[in-house]
Design a protein around this ligand. Structure first.
Ligand code: AKG
Length: 294
């Protein structure tokens, strides 16, 4: 769907599409400026990794002048998948840029259109630096809920955002529409990459068509935690950078065993919306100065 947006609020057609199909692509929701803080966070991690590799004698050039889309891929191009996986297939760093992205008003507007104004940012957010030809970059068919089977009832909404154009070559998202009303299916730990992704068997996928979702940088793909989805290997020369952020209504289980989420928006208790300092200190909400008013 390629509708005009008003802030990030969804149109009636977009809401209907999401509720019917279980996902929604919002083309270019974010600008370069919106994405800049998260890219800065990613770049800072890449620089740490580059220094690490240099100190370990695995590379002899930090590639500091290479563009965002290529630097990490080129740092690892002569190394092994294990060298890369030492840093994790997904990153969940507590860096200010991620807080700014998760608090972006356009993202929250879109989420608010679906669940209302009391929005909690779920602790499970990931940066995915999918580098070329590392098997662990390909994510098998799964439901996100398989990662928190005992926590939370619906809905946890994933907001998946590519920071570079995502396409079939570099491993964009694939979704099975209308699977969001399924129960949680029995999953197994996949063996292919050895990274323990939860996975479904071919015979559990049913006959629903697969929709391949190329997405321009800054677009957002929203889907709920029972919607079947996967992504393929990165066959390009660059990094398929993306983030998956998650949101839920405030009356759901905050899933503390998975980390600390935060109150991202509230019309009822705006003074409790978490600040960057709260988030960095792992506090869920901002403690109002005058507690007697709440
Ligand atoms: O980014 C990907 O390739 C997969 C993302 C995913 O599976 C998720 O966000 O749940």
């Amino acid at each position: 769907m390629n509708d005009q947006h008003n802030g990030g609020s969804l149109t009636k057609e977009q809401m209907e599409f999401y509720n019917r199909e279980g996902y929604l692509l919002i083309d270019r929701l974010l600008t370069e400026e919106d994405m800049a803080p998260a890219k800065e966070a990613m770049n800072s991690k890449v620089s740490i990794i580059a220094n690490d590799l240099l100190n370990a004698g695995l590379i002899n050039d930090l590639l500091e002048d290479r563009p965002f889309q290529y630097r990490l891929a080129e740092l690892f191009q002569d190394l092994t998948p294990d060298d890369f996986l030492k840093y994790g297939r997904g990153w969940r760093d507590r860096l200010p840029g991620y807080f700014h992205l998760m608090s972006n008003p356009k993202i929250l507007d879109a989420v608010q259109s679906l669940i209302g104004s009391e929005i909690y940012a779920n602790p499970v957010y990931n940066t995915r630096p999918k580098i070329p030809r590392v098997a662990a970059g390909a994510v098998p068919w799964h439901q996100d809920k398989s990662y928190w089977p005992d926590a939370n009832s619906n809905p946890v909404i994933t907001v998946w955002i590519p920071l570079v154009d995502a396409n079939e070559e570099n491993g964009c998202l694939h979704i099975k529409p209308r699977t969001h009303r399924k129960r949680l299916l029995e999953w197994h730990a996949e063996q292919y990459s050895g990274t323990g992704y939860t996975a479904l068997r071919e015979d559990q996928l049913g006959s629903t068509e697969t929709v391949i979702l190329p997405a321009a940088a800054g677009s957002a793909i929203l889907f709920n935690d029972r919607c079947l989805h996967m992504s393929t290997l990165n066959q390009s020369d660059g990094v398929r950078w993306s983030v998956d952020l998650r949101y839920q209504p405030t009356d759901q289980d905050p899933m503390p065993n998975y980390g600390t989420g935060f109150l991202a928006r509230s019309a009822v208790r705006p003074e409790r919306v978490a600040t960057l300092e709260d988030w960095l200190a792992d506090r869920e909400e901002h403690e109002a100065e005058n507690r007697s008013v709440i």
